[in-house]
Design a protein around this ligand. Structure first.
Ligand code: UT7
Length: 342
């Protein structure tokens, strides 16, 4: 007896990314601008981070707004309507507000009907974590199309008098559509993933105010607890070690080496972290996607934005073996292996 995947709760289907859309707000914040705001220099920022400019929203533009722009582009690329989606997962650490979820706001702004959605909080690894959450609904046959959005308006939680954090972050969004890959196809689908969290690193990168532990008061605002607080050195050391570790483990588990990877798309937090990872994995230089110079660290937005860069420069093609990797606040760590589907 045969049954369709739709009717078989545990029928495992291969999953692919069928569309990508990205968006950054038009306003630029350059290193020269930051030189006028805090005691820093273009040379320091470029040398220590690789960043030259980042995009930030105008006042009143929220995460749901940039998420919707990215979502519309992905839907247009795929040639479908928002109501053709079954679910929307929004990866973000800067929701418009604590509730309703940004996923609800995005659904409403897109005019999508009869779907569900939820936000996922895992800082810089949130896009990869959401990607795997979405993929499971396709793999089981529960859903036909899931949209995963990584979007952050980091400028809303950055202290622009703190030179150690304000030079790093930017705003941006990317959306992908997940669908079942062709039957029996191994050439265009997700292969494997490896995720990890280590809450012992929570104090190294966090926003202490505004939650249930420190509800917003005049005092929390005076103490700047509504901004990102970071021990840059501690995060840097962890990221350099763990981004490579997780990639090595995932590649080995699948009988692959760094040199097999066609396109490496890492979270863009610091050029030195990316280069250290590339060295340890013995990646081919041309396989490493870097756009941190143009966008800075957009948290959940970096990986889809880097996918877009790799498509535009012709590196990301149908059948490319792609390794995605992230390390972020939490700490959170993720890696995903896939073959690009279009
Ligand atoms: O995606 C989320 C995950 N986040 C990350 O992955 C961030 C990881 N960490 C980093 O990228 C780096 O640690 C930073 C870019 C944040 C800082 O770079 P660093 O090379 O680790 O600098 P540092 O914190 O060790 O500071 C070195 C010096 C200090 O001065 P003193 O104490 O040596 O006099 C800082 O005060 O650099 C100073 N400094 C700056 N100087 C000019 C810190 N920020 C700046 C700045 N301009 N913007």
């Amino acid at each position: 007896m045969t049954s369709s995947p739709r009717n078989t709760a545990m029928a495992i289907r291969r999953v692919k990314i069928s569309a990508l859309g990205t968006y950054v707000p038009p306003r630029l914040l350059t290193n020269a601008d930051l030189e006028k705001m805090v005691e820093t220099t273009n040379d320091w920022i470029v040398e220590r981070t690789g960043i030259r400019e980042r995009h930030i929203v105008e006042k009143g533009v929220a995460t749901s707004d940039i998420a919707v722009e990215a979502a519309k582009k992905a839907l247009a690329f795929r040639g479908i309507e928002a109501s053709d989606l079954d679910a929307i997962f929004v990866a973000t650490v800067t929701p418009d507000m604590l509730f309703p979820s940004t996923a609800c706001l995005v659904q409403h702004k897109l005019g999508a009907k009869k779907l569900w959605g939820v936000d996922l909080s895992a800082a810089c690894s949130a896009f990869l974590f959401a990607l795997q959450n979405g993929a499971q609904f396709i793999a089981t046959g529960a859903h036909q199309r899931v949209m995963v959005i990584g979007a952050d308006v980091m400028s809303s939680i950055i202290d622009y008098t703190d030179r150690a954090t304000c030079v790093i972050f930017g705003d941006g969004a990317g959306a992908v559509i997940l669908e079942a890959a062709d039957e029996g196809s191994e050439g265009n689908s997700f292969i494997d993933f490896l995720h990890e969290v280590d809450g012992s690193g929570g104090g190294s990168l966090y926003m202490p105010g505004g939650g249930s532990l420190n509800p917003t008061t005049h005092e929390t605002v005076d103490k700047k607890m509504h901004y990102v607080h970071q021990d840059g050195g501690a995060v840097f050391k962890f990221a350099v070690r763990k981004m490579a570790d997780v990639c090595v483990q995932l590649l080995e588990k699948n009988g692959l080496k760094g040199s097999d990877v066609d396109v490496f798309i890492p979270h863009q937090a610091n050029l030195r972290i990316i280069n250290a990872t590339a060295d340890r994995l013995s990646l081919r230089t041309e396989s490493v996607v870097i756009n941190i110079d143009l966008y800075g660290n957009t948290t959940a937005g970096t990986i889809p934005l880097a996918m877009q860069t790799a498509i535009e420069d012709g590196r990301l093609k149908k059948g490319s073996l792609v390794l995605l990797a992230s390390v972020g606040a939490g700490f959170t760590v993720g890696a995903t292996l896939l073959r690009w589907a279009y």
